[in-house]
Design a protein around this ligand. Structure first.
Ligand code: MRU
Length: 397
């Protein structure tokens, strides 16, 4: 099986960037060259690369590669180079609006080149080098952060759900938050990987995640790749699964762990459409827990790096939700399967009549009051006595 690597980057004078084209998964594993920010922007927009951290890293590195091959910079002065980089970053941010990680990366990279350009001896080359070094560091830091998120989330679940600690955790996840959505390891899927690594995972359930099927195409692919005990369900089966196993000490779900595209200052969390619909199930389990002296509670966790936390927005009402093309809902693309073999050629089939109106928001917002903990690389943020997430105290500058 192929190595799970969404982003391949080679540094140096002949720097290059390749992304795994996630539209072809799970049937084909094909890498595409991204020689400039223009191709980086298009790959993000078309969702060949996706997932909040991966979007930010691919955008940053696409510009790094473009700059590494731009010889005009050798003669350009520091200020012109800085302006060029900042303009390209602004353009990259327009590719997808909901995940804050790209915005955050662009802001930090922009500030770094600004600082370098104001130095007395700054040149076009030194500004370029500052940018390239910082964007390369993002690739390294993301894997370390995800491993820490995985450890923190796994420990938290085992501490707070005693039956999970006894027999291993049963976890549901949504969308894809794994190696394919990040530089490696993953956030919510990182928590599942960490549970598995410490022999404390009983079973992972992944939702199909309509309309783009990041769950069935990508998460199921990662779970199978890592031989993690797992089962795929359609989005509409989550309530039945939770209900079915509510009374069964062995099979009861212990945690729903999802990623985030933007967590606002009050803890409201934008994530893949369908995340919020897992909440009624969780609420029901929680009511049950209250009645049965906390025997049946499941925890609802958001696992995300600090770069997904946006303290400049007060609540979920301030998040721009991306709306995508109707075709993503009514057309399904994939290779023909004749019952035995998967053919090479991909076909597109329609699942609805042409002309029907389609509503296709890519994300929804789960209110903070329904979330038990926000797992980051720096620890798990829980609610204070007044029921609020102290995110500003935890992460404020
Ligand atoms: O539209 P996508 O596939 O980019 O959406 C991805 C998600 O919603 C993920 O849960 C989120 O970005 C976190 S990825 C670590």
């Amino acid at each position: 099986m192929n190595v799970l690597q969404a982003i391949r980057y080679t540094p140096g004078d002949s720097a290059s960037l390749q992304i795994l084209d996630q539209l072809q998964l799970p049937h084909r594993s094909e890498y595409e060259d991204i020689p400039s920010a223009t191709e980086g922007w298009a790959a993000i927009k078309e969702m060949k690369t996706r997932g909040a951290p991966a979007i930010a890293i691919v955008a940053a590195l696409s510009l790094a590669v473009e700059l590494a091959h731009n010889d005009n910079i050798k003669s350009a002065d520091a200020s012109k180079t800085k302006e060029h980089i900042q303009a390209r970053l602004k353009y990259l941010v327009t590719s997808r609006p909901t995940a804050v990680n790209l915005e955050d990366a662009a802001r930090k990279l922009s500030a770094l080149v600004e600082a370098e350009a104001t130095k007395e001896n700054a040149t076009g080359l030194s500004v370029r080098q500052t940018y390239i070094k910082a964007s390369e560091q993002m690739l390294v830091d993301d894997v370390k952060d995800n491993e820490a998120i995985g450890r923190n989330g796994a420990e938290w679940i085992l501490k707070h759900v005693s039956r999970a600690n006894k027999r291993g955790a049963n976890v549901i996840t949504h969308c894809n938050t794994g190696s394919l959505a990040t530089a490696g390891y993953g956030t919510a899927l990182g928590v599942i990987r960490a549970l598995q690594a410490s022999n404390k995972l009983s079973h992972a359930y992944c939702t199909e995640t309509r309309p783009y099927n990041q769950g069935s195409r990508l998460t199921a692919y990662e779970l199978a790749h890592d031989k993690i005990p797992s089962t795929l369900i359609t989005d509409s089966m989550a309530a039945a699964l939770m209900n079915l196993n509510l009374n069964d000490e062995d099979k009861a779900i212990d945690a729903i762990v999802v990623g985030a595209d933007r967590v606002t200052a009050n803890g409201d969390t934008a994530n893949k459409i369908g995340t919020y619909s897992l909440v009624p199930i969780y609420t029901y389990a929680n009511l049950y827990r209250a009645v049965l002296a906390k025997r049946h509670g499941a925890k609802f966790l958001v696992a995300a790096p600090r770069t997904s936390i946006d303290l400049t927005r007060a609540s979920g009402k301030d998040i721009t939700i991306e709306h995508r093309a109707p075709d993503e809902v009514i057309l399904v693309k994939g290779p023909v399967f004749d019952g035995t073999n998967v053919q090479d050629e991909a076909v597109t089939v329609s699942t609805a009549p042409r002309g029907i109106n389609v509503w296709n928001p890519a994300f929804d917002v789960t209110p903070a009051e329904l979330i038990d903990g926000i797992v980051t690389e720096a620890g798990v943020v829980e609610k204070d006595e007044s029921g609020n997430f102290p995110l500003s105290t935890f992460f404020g500058n």
